[in-house]
Design a protein around this ligand. Sequence first.
Ligand code: NAX
Ligand code: K
Length: 505
Amino acid sequence: MKILKTDQVQLLDKQTIDNQYISSFKLMERAASKVVEILKDRHKLYHNSFVIICGKGNNGGDGLAIARLLKEAGAFVKVYLHQNKKYTPDNSQNQEMLDDRGIKIEKFLPSKHNIVIKKDDIIIDALFGMGLTEAIDSEWKQVFDLLNTAVCQDRISIDMPSGMFADIATANDSIVFKADMVYTFGSPKLALLLPESAQWAKDFTVVDINLDEQTLSSFETKNYYLDKAIVKELLHTPTKFAHKGIFGHSLIIGGSYGKIGAVALASKAALSIGSGLVTAYLPKCGYSILQSTISEVMCLTDNEADYIRLFPETDSYQAIGIGVGLGQNADTVKGFAAFLKDNTNKAMVFDADAINILASDNSLLKFLAPGSILTPHPKELERLLGGWTSDFEKMELVKGFTAKHNVVVVVKGAHSEIVLPSGDIYFNSTGNWGMATAGTGDVLTGILTGLLAQGYNSEHTALIGVYLHGLAGDFVLEDKHPHCILASDIINKLSSAYKEILNLE
Ligand SMILES: NC(=O)C1=CN([C@@H]2O[C@H](COP(=O)(O)OP(=O)(O)OC[C@H]3O[C@@H](n4cnc5c(N)ncnc54)[C@H](O)[C@@H]3O)[C@@H](O)[C@H]2O)[C@@H](O)CC1
Ligand SMILES: [K+]
């Protein structure tokens, strides 16, 4: 799914109105009724009352229409409207419709208001949406403080949390509504996908309002929301003549004393995603552990007992994943550098200490084979790139890195960002907070290595792998609370993830 800029969203709304021969009022009505349908699932309408705070524009128009439709559905609503000289035509029309139905609209000024929030209320924020052009003025502070701190049942924003920009950074000290849930129209807005926005948008749901497909497909973008449709297109379907040779041989290099489990997880994940064969290369201390943990994995050991000094030959393998549990012993670091220089044509998956070693000696980066995949978590990324002042700046830094080294970077997080050498970014849509636990990164490394081994190119590997990893994590939630997820649970649900994408029972 494409992520659109503000001007594209505005043009798309306009083209939808033109091409579908509908009025802008009708489109607003469509948007409002979709939100009300979703609200009926989220809340028992009769148990709470909805306090709807509306602005002067079409975001406020949405709020007014939602108020009317909620009232018609039997809910108790209280409507506040920003007092203004001018409203958009659809906003005005919705005000009249509320008047006609005897639903009172209480007008307020930011500096003088009598908004009351009770503990059973659900706040709906429809003050500013995609029309926000500048930071909200300080005269609004007391209104937002009240809305953000009052005890209530739920805080919902329409389209965007008011005060938050959709595709540029919003300053940390800005006046912004703090939403538990944002119902955003058409496609996710870029800012909703970035970690720094979590303070204002805990979660979001994309509300499909049947915007014009033809216009949508004509838009150019560098940013995508990685969904099932994209991944389904990329997956190969093997024939009955397949044999283990064509599914490739993966090599997982890693492990040090006390961190052999990381190699076990990555190796098992590589097998489970479909690599035909998997060999693990680790220090001697890991041999018995690995052999007794996973029967299907072959094992090669270094001469050292507790860490890796000499790295293996790679000719027999279609894919290599390196770094899980590796440690940073001085001999390991030296061996790793020599290994990189010997393998400048072999695209690999780099994780954990492999990334830390690259970060501590930038001169090694020029030896990365084109198409390599790096999977840093935020701390590792910071070591690799230095700091940044906002997530928007971070994106630009990562794009510079992927272009310069011709590699793919997966920035791990709630919506992991897959950054391609072209500068295209895919934000993952699967996964949950329970996956922020030990070993899930090792599992991802194994998945990516196993996909590379099957002949997927690096870009497709990263897209398929990150999506399946998150989806498998979502399947774990069917029988576990997020707190209880183990990395190995994710491996056990990879099959369900595959089946879901391929629509198999
Ligand atoms: N255009 C359409 O057909 C549709 C629009 N929809 C809604 O319309 C919204 C956009 O509506 P609008 O373009 O009217 O804009 P908004 O309702 O988001 O904002 C209202 C107005 O506030 C003013 N403004 C901007 N920044 C301000 C600030 N810091 N302080 C005070 N005033 C400020 C601007 O003049 C802007 O036009 C979307 O977010 C969505 O909720 C939906 O109804 C779907 C259809
Ligand atoms: K809003």
